[in-house]
Design a protein around this ligand. Structure first.
Ligand code: PBG
Length: 341
């Protein structure tokens, strides 16, 4: 018998539903009660902390649109990574600012590039820290696009070769996880093959799979000095209007060998995180991007919102939507607040 065909329960039925038998406020009365029935728990383990590394000595330059975040020279970066480790945050994500930029982003795959040097230094000083490296060309190209340009467009297949070289150079430096963020077609497969052929079959790939062409990256582009010099990224990053396409992007990356897939940004895309969680079995990362961070910081500075409560609510909602891993500039603050209770 189907449920639809069943008779409505009578008043003598032992099954009681609805008010006044049900009062959901019973389990909300005290903090102990709320703790007991809490469905989502945020912890420092969930976080990856993004860091910007630059050439030089003793550099600790605050990023004006991202208060509390800095461009660090390697010596300063190590102190920051040590602090991150003390807060029990398991991983950092590195972005590099090259000494000079050119048409083909040479420093992205230079053996002694800034990221390659930083990875070596971190793995020597704080070996337990997982080092994730962003693989992309936009910080390293003079035109600020994520690939090789010809006739005003970004060429897909020739760019793959450079991304593979970049990924291998990061693995050689000791990177624990490779995270390609360029959105070229076929890059996960190309990078997987390149890593495998170079003896790095054990190095996982975290793919920026569903990466949208978003206004929320604005402050990052100041931090990484990576704004495109002409046009925009809509020819390779996803249209914010599309959800089904995100599932296709993820499916292709899984097929090509991704170990972790990412949705980016997080907050305007919680539905995409949820769909990804429901449709795929591998770990899902969400990137709580620069603009999402800056909005909270700016409003808090104005005295309009409670920064701690708002930040923890945002991060909890990203986890509740289905993210296993949250990449966030709030990581250190959040870890501190969670520790203090
Ligand atoms: C590089 C890259 C970007 C971000 C991460 N990797 C910028 C972009 O695509 O323009 C954005 C991160 C953030 O906004 O916090 N392609």
């Amino acid at each position: 018998m189907t449920l639809l065909g069943s008779r409505p329960t009578t008043s003598t039925s032992p099954r009681v539903t609805g008010f006044p038998a049900s009062r959901l406020r019973r389990l909300r009365g005290t903090e102990a009660m709320r703790q007991m029935v809490r469905e989502t728990r945020l912890e420092a383990d969930d976080f990856i902390y993004p860091l910007f590394v630059t050439h030089g000595q003793d550099v600790r330059q605050e990023i004006s649109s991202m208060p509390g975040n800095y461009q660090f020279s390697i010596d300063q970066l190590l102190a920051e990574v040590e602090e991150t480790a003390k807060l029990a945050i398991p991983a950092v994500l590195l972005f590099g600012l090259p000494a000079s930029k050119d048409e083909v982003g040479s420093e992205a795959y230079a053996q002694d590039g800034i990221v390659q040097q930083a990875v070596r230094a971190i793995k020597a000083a704080v070996p337990q820290m997982l080092v994730v490296t962003d693989v992309c060309l936009c910080e390293y190209t003079s035109h600020g696009h994520c690939g090789i340009i010809e006739g005003g467009t970004v060429l897909n297949d020739p760019t793959l070769e450079l991304l593979v070289k970049t990924a291998i150079s990061h693995a050689e430096a000791g990177a624990d996880i490779i995270a390609p963020s360029d959105m070229m077609d076929g890059r996960i497969g190309a990078i997987r093959r390149g890593l495998d052929e170079s003896g790095f079959s054990q190095v996982p790939i975290m793919a920026y799979s569903a990466k949208y062409a978003s206004s929320f990256y604005g402050p990052f582009r100041e931090a990484a000095e990576s704004a495109p010099q002409f046009g925009d990224r809509r020819g390779y990053q996803m249209d914010p209007a599309n959800g089904r396409e995100a599932m296709r992007e993820i499916a292709l990356d899984v097929e090509e060998g991704a170990d972790i897939v990412m949705v980016k940004p997080a907050l305007s895309y919680l539905d995409i995180i949820r769909r990804a969680r429901d449709e795929f079995a591998l770990p899902i990362a969400a990137y709580n991007v620069s603009g999402e961070y800056s909005l909270v910081k700016a409003a808090a500075k104005m005295g309009w919102v409670d920064e701690q409560r708002m930040t923890l609510e945002i991060l909890t909602s990203i986890k509740r939507a289905g993210a296993d891993i949250i990449i966030t500039y709030h990581a250190k603050d959040a870890a501190r607040w969670l520790r203090e209770g």
